[in-house]
Design a protein around this ligand. Structure first.
Ligand code: NAD
Ligand code: 4TP
Length: 331
């Protein structure tokens, strides 16, 4: 079977993304990578790592590539931003690279997309309203998605993603939550091969609302959805108090945790395994896997950024792309 062909988008040029992309390109992996970025930015990152790259057309044959060969779709930047100092003038090219890769994935030219970190504030400062790549790809594909981060110890999906904490309670909606659980369930089955997954669903409030004395979202929004889906046969635990849902013995029996908001779930996951964690966008027509960390501006240009999450993202995307291709061939 042919190796999965993946679009690799390094992200913010002034961050660690280009260095991590070079690290991924120089490692043996189960995928053929095509980078959507600027050649000069990648060449600069390669120099930081004490290596050099030669650039080829995105369709170049593997045999044409030496150890230093890179297939590239060139996306030029406006400014050469110093390491650690993102330039808002590059916002357009950072987003364009993501859009071009998404377009190519939608057209079936690639089997999946791997992304490095972008700097959300800089993109907004550049005049592009942007909350996250998850949301951008969902809008581009015209579908609902679920953000899920995973490391070897746990999978944590989010009912709401990038929004102010003040807006979270209002954003929780039964119909949306039901769709989130369906997307998560389908991905655990299809992409992860878990036939009958058990999902632990957290409450929103302390102690999962303490029977309505500390908030009513558990009673009015979460529990009715869980009842409906349990009636269909889904295995769902909850709404659970978030403070004890991550105890190791509970996690051991759980295939994924659904947190109600970003910082309810992600600090636990990142604390328990920052290096090996990846960020997946579930529900897209193609697999998209990202690093679990940000632009690490303090490390950009130092060559000290740890490439583990990027390597894990490439491996996860290649694996899921392979699973999906096998499934399609069996249809
Ligand atoms: N996948 C993404 O695109 C993504 C993910 C998270 C944050 N971000 C964005 O990144 C920007 C900076 O965010 P932040 O400072 O909160 O988080 P960050 O992850 O960039 O940095 C947090 C800490 O982790 C360290 N770190 C991060 N990646 C590392 C690596 N590969 N190796 C070693 N150490 C590493 C940094 O040096 C820093 O000390 C923000 O604009 C944020 O929105 C993007
Ligand atoms: N929420 C993610 C995290 O904290 O790791 C991160 O911001 C990236 O999300 P996008 O892939 O949607 O940009």
């Amino acid at each position: 079977m042919r190796r999965p062909r993946l679009a690799l988008v390094p992200g913010e040029p002034a961050g660690v993304g280009p260095e991590l992309a070079v690290a991924a390109l120089r490692r043996e992996s189960d995928a053929d990578l095509v980078v959507f970025a600027e050649a000069a930015t990648l060449a600069r990152a390669a120099r930081v790592l004490g290596t050099a790259l030669t650039f080829h057309d995105s369709r170049a044959d593997r045999a044409q590539l030496g150890d230093d060969g890179v297939r590239l779709v060139e996306v030029p930047n406006v400014a050469e931003a110093a390491f650690g100092s993102p330039d808002p003038r590059n916002a357009r090219s950072v987003v364009l690279a993501l859009r071009m890769a998404a377009e190519a994935c939608m057209a079936g030219e690639y089997d999946g997309m791997v992304t490095g970190p972008v700097h959300k504030a800089t993109i907004n400062a550049g005049g592009i309203a942007y909350t996250g790549t998850t949301e951008l790809l969902a809008a581009h594909a015209g579908c609902e998605v679920v953000m899920m981060l995973a490391n070897p110890l746990m999978r944590v999906a989010l009912a709401t993603t990038h929004l102010p904490l003040r807006a979270v309670a209002d954003a929780l909606d039964g119909e949306r939550l039901e769709r989130t659980l369906r997307i998560l369930h389908a991905a655990l089955r299809g992409d992860f091969g878990i036939d009958d997954p058990l999902v632990a669903v957290l409450g929103l409030n302390p102690h999962a609302g303490e029977q309505g004395h500390l908030g009513r979202e558990e009673i009015e929004v979460v529990a009715p959805v869980l009842e409906r889906l349990r009636a269909e046969g889904m295995r769902l635990d909850g709404p659970l108090p978030a403070d004890t849902a991550f105890l190791p013995r509970r996690l051991a029996a759980t295939d994924a945790v659904l947190a109600m908001y970003h910082d309810q779930g992600l600090p636990v996951l990142k604390y328990s395994g920052f290096e090996q964690a990846v960020n997946l966008t579930l529900g897209l027509p193609y697999p998209r896997v990202a690093v679990d960390h940000g632009t690490a501006l303090d490390l950009a240009g130092s060559g000290r950024a740890d490439p583990s999450s990027m390597l894990a993202a490439v491996a996860a995307c290649a694996r899921i792309a392979g699973v999906r291709r096998t499934r399609e061939q069996q249809r």
